[in-house]
Design a protein around this ligand. Structure first.
Ligand SMILES: NC(=O)CC[C@H](N)C(=O)O
Length: 450
């Protein structure tokens, strides 16, 4: 019998795991069976709607403190290739799926997902009615949860989850940041991408990156945009960063409650105006906090690969990858500047009103001058990006590096390079042109002629 047939046969008789239970703090109970490491874990329950890219999700350090339910029903069917990992260790607390595939089928697969999860001690449960779970979380909102394969008693788990710590108020960035500064070397480019890409350009910009739990693909994209990247711990003093004489400062994604990451945003406050700054996700929230903004907790967050965002400057819609549970309250940054906001003098309604007006509104911030709303989420009208008009800084709430997800917003890495070149039009890039020059086709053409 061939190796493949043997593996398929093995998959046919999938072992049934021990009973497991997921209990939410509001008393909802979801039952399933253990399918990876045994144990009992506590975290905020959230769901991700990506159809693929489960390893990137599982290894995204921004999931520290969270139990993730995948809405796509079968997870693990193309196995695991660690070149896709976004960090060396999964930081999530637990994983909930409908069906975990034990017999992957893909030429890149080096290991099955259940084996990977077990090797990394990740508690996971399958057989859960994930559609019911997601509807519940969508209606009732994010909340604390416990996932257990060792105790399946409802009353006992409910008592424990109600005693567990909330994600709100926790500085989880400190738990996944680097311990000391290091220079990022882009040496882990997956073969699947390497064949599609030209070699990275020679570095033109020295960039200091605050590492609050940075995804590897973000750093990789910075290298591809021409940056020589030095990562620094989340609480590095601004003076130490400026002593590196960087051409730009990057603020990474990261887990947990942004309000609790004071050690980063108080430093960002001192960097703004002195050096070009670009932030992604938690980095966007850090820039907003540095400018005195209010941050709100979203009812159930945005996590997936198909969130429509409008770029209000170009009026193009980008389909974006997202992973966040908190968001910037744009009006809290300052009063509208009517002459730069289509004559509108007061904030009203959700931010989609600017889509209808065809205007990218501008507020006057007490500390840093004029700030423009550049991007809006078309699903719920939340703020997705801002650009400072009087100092060189901009940020987005979503993920231009995707991993997993669509690459429409890759142009933001090009924009950061242009910002460091001092170009005033740095944000006005044709996304179709940029995709051709970036991750998608141009390199592939070269590679195929090589
Ligand atoms: N991916 C991220 O950087 C997430 C930012 C923040 N922890 C949030 O949930 O909103």
């Amino acid at each position: 019998m061939s190796e493949i047939s043997k593996r398929l046969m093995k998959g046919a008789s999938k072992p049934v795991g021990a009973p497991a239970a997921l209990v939410l703090e509001d008393g909802a109970v979801f039952r399933g069976t253990s399918c990876a490491a045994a144990g009992e874990v506590f975290g905020e329950i959230c769901f991700n709607t990506s159809l693929e890219g489960y390893l990137e999700v599982i290894t995204d350090p921004s999931y520290a403190g969270q139990i993730i339910a995948m809405t796509y029903p079968q997870i693990g069917n193309y196995g695991v290739n660690e070149d896709d990992a976004q960090s060396d260790e999964p930081a999530l607390r637990g994983l909930v799926v409908r069906d975990l595939c034990t017999t992957p089928s893909n030429w890149r697969s080096a290991q099955s997902l259940p084996d990977y999860l077990r090797a990394h001690g990740v508690v996971a449960v399958e057989g859960v009615d994930t559609r019911a779970l997601v509807r519940h979380v969508r209606d009732r909102g994010a909340q604390r949860a416990v996932l257990s394969t060792v105790d399946v008693d409802e009353a006992s788990l409910l008592r424990k989850v109600r005693e567990s710590a909330s994600l709100v108020g926790q500085n989880l960035a400190a738990t996944v940041s680097c311990a000391r500064p290091y220079r990022f070397a882009a040496d882990r480019l997956p073969a699947s991408q390497a064949f599609a890409l030209a070699a990275p350009p020679a570095p033109r910009f020295k960039v200091a990156a605050y590492d609050c739990g940075a995804k590897r693909s973000i750093l990789e994209n910075l290298v591809r945009a021409g940056c020589d990247v030095t990562c620094v711990p989340w609480d590095t003093p601004a003076a130490d960063v400026l002593a590196l004489a960087p051409d730009g400062v990057f603020l990474s994604n990261g887990p947990g409650d942004p309000e609790a990451v004071e050690g980063t945003f108080t430093q960002v406050e001192q960097l703004l105006g002195k050096v070009p700054v670009f932030g992604i996700c938690l980095g966007h929230q850090m820039i907003a906090k540095a400018a005195g903004a209010a941050i709100e907790k979203l009812k159930f967050g945005h996590r997936g690969g198909n969130h429509p965002v409008m770029n209000l400057r170009t009026r193009r819609v980008e389909i974006t990858a997202q992973n966040h549970g908190f968001g910037l309250v744009f009006p809290s940054l300052g009063a509208l500047v009517p002459e730069l906001s289509g004559g509108v003098a007061a904030h009203e309604g959700d931010l989609r009103c600017w889509v209808e007006r065809g205007v990218a509104p501008v507020v006057a911030n007490e500390r840093f001058g004029r700030i423009q709303l550049t991007h809006v989420n078309l699903n719920d009208g939340t703020a997705e990006g801002v650009a400072f008009l009087d100092i060189p800084a901009f940020s987005v709430q979503y993920h231009p590096e995707a991993s997993p997800g669509p690459t429409d917003a890759h142009y933001l890495f090009t924009a950061f390079a242009r910002l460091m070149e001092g170009r005033a039009d740095y944000l006005d890039i044709d996304i179709a042109e940029d995709r051709l020059a970036g991750w998608s086709f141009a390199g592939r053409k070269e590679a195929s002629h090589a």
